[in-house]
Design a protein around this ligand. Structure first.
Ligand code: SF4
Ligand code: SF4
Length: 241
């Protein structure tokens, strides 16, 4: 995103809409730190600039990555995917993607204010790849990897900054312990933060099989449940998964 210094009147209206603090207001005009800007479009969409000074420059690869992962309305030209994760993570009752005995993992790297650079996303992905995980193929973050076996990303995206990027995969429950240990280790090597989503099917006795593993690893979590009351139509029959 750019600001036209000829038009800007330094009113300051756009500054509060930037989730990464990339806008500074000078005496005569505002300025956007181009390296920090995640191309989230917030300032242009929300600030209603009175001077019409904010404009979107033509985005070219690899800067397009910023927009795809920071502005939910952008669709990636490379993958045709919009948003940061795959909605199947939240609709398992329809897709049956996470089977009994498995845990679905979503690692959201970065948050508003801090954001995330892809060199940190790569460190986490490579740590997880060492456990033999298979990254979700329809996830936009996976589409930026040059090697899905090692979690290595394309070199030209490594310095790109986004609001957040979600790494997705599923593991057998017995591997969850190693995932949590690996995440604790790699958390000391990165410059940003991440949050973890662990999804699993509820066992027939009503228990949630991932809870004990989380407790044993000292991981605080906020349980969320979802019950399908008929709005979805299961694609995979229970006895086949
Ligand atoms: S809202 Fe427009 S005029 Fe006001 S500081 Fe931002 S760019 Fe400049
Ligand atoms: S596009 Fe987003 S990150 Fe960039 S200056 Fe505007 S609000 Fe800030």
């Amino acid at each position: 995103m750019l600001i036209d210094p000829e038009k800007c009147i330094a009113c300051g209206q756009c500054e509060v809409y930037c989730p990464v603090g990339a806008i500074t207001i000078g005496d005569e005009c505002a300025e956007i730190d181009f390296d920090e800007c995640t191309e989230c479009y917030n300032c242009l969409r929300m600030a209603h600039c009175p001077a019409d000074a904010i404009y979107q420059q033509k985005l070219e690869w690899p800067r397009t990555v910023r927009s795809v992962l920071s502005d939910v309305l952008t669709i990636a030209p490379e993958s045709g995917i919009s948003g940061r994760g795959t909605e199947e993570m939240k609709t398992n009752e329809v897709t049956g993607r996470f089977k009994h005995g498995w845990a679905g993992i979503g690692i959201e790297v970065g948050r508003p204010v801090v954001g995330a650079r892809f060199y940190d996303v790569e460190k986490i992905a490579m740590a997880m790849a060492k456990l033999g995980v298979e990254f979700e193929s329809s996830n936009p973050t996976t589409s930026l990897m040059s090697d899905v076996k090692t979690g290595k990303f394309k070199d030209d995206v490594l310095n790109e900054k986004v609001l957040s990027a979600i790494i997705e995969f599923s593991v057998p429950l017995e591997t969850l312990d190693q995932v949590l240990s690996g995440l604790k280790q790699v958390s000391r090597q990165i410059e940003t933060v991440f949050s973890l989503c662990v999804a699993s099917r509820v066992a027939p006795d009503g228990s949630i099989p991932t809870h004990s593993v989380m407790h044993q690893n000292g991981v605080w979590f906020a349980p969320n449940g979802k019950t399908n009351v008929g709005l979805g139509r299961p694609l995979i029959k229970e006895d086949s998964i």
